[in-house]
Design a protein around this ligand. Structure first.
Ligand code: GDP
Length: 189
């Protein structure tokens, strides 16, 4: 995909305003630290559009980036590990849930990012089941393939595929730029 413009539009602590202007959404979801910001930056060829951070749990809002004046990249809060109280963690999970359960009748893709080295965690698989149940158009994006040794790649891929099941899947590396084009192709398919 040719990126002509990528602009941060808003960060919202609730879903209020998130669906207002009716443009298509490509929403990214994943555990904290899985490389969600790096993925958004790689896809938009920007260094710093989504802030990458090595501190887990840094993103607490739904952040929206307008791409080519045509659609939004939606950066959902990372799940799984949230610094702070249990209450804060629940608030974030509610925010993710209210985004996912909103009945958006426009085009909406959900990109679930997993870690190739760690494999799908219980949280990841729970989210995937929810997405399936909600009938979402899902892409499963397996990041950090560069962390696998050549000798590990095949068995790691097979294991992940068997856990994830039949979905649009792409293995890539946001950091190395490997298969990022393929990720766009899957998102657009
Ligand atoms: P987020 O919390 O999901 O937004 O994750 P970030 O994009 O901030 O990345 C978390 C950490 O993972 C950072 O230290 C990144 O440099 C690292 N990271 C992200 N993508 C990759 C990748 O493709 N390969 C490797 N090896 N590290 C990555």
């Amino acid at each position: 995909m040719e990126i002509k413009s990528a602009v941060f539009k808003k960060g919202s602590p609730s879903i209020s305003g998130v669906f207002d202007d009716g443009l298509p959404h490509v929403a990214f979801i994943g555990r904290s630290n899985v490389g969600k910001s790096s993925t958004i930056n790689a896809l938009t060829k920007s260094k710093n559009l989504a802030k990458t951070s090595s501190a887990p749990g840094a993103t607490k809002h739904i952040n929206m980036f307008l791409i080519n004046n045509k659609f939004y990249i939606v950066d959902l809060p990372g799940y799984g590990f949230v610094r702070g109280s249990v209450g804060k963690r629940d608030t974030l999970h509610n925010l993710i849930e209210s985004y996912l359960s909103y009945p958006y009748d426009k085009e909406q893709k959900i990109v679930l990012i997993l870690d190739a080295k760690v494999g799908p965690t219980k949280d990841d698989l729970d989210i995937l089941s929810s997405l399936e149940r909600l009938g979402k158009d899902i892409v499963v994006a397996i990041n950090k393939v560069d962390r696998l040794k050549n000798s590990e790649i095949k068995s790691a891929q097979q294991k992940i595929l068997s856990l994830v099941g039949p979905h649009k899947i792409v293995f890539y590396s946001a950091e190395k730029g490997e298969s990022v084009k393929e990720l766009w192709l899957k998102i657009n398919s």
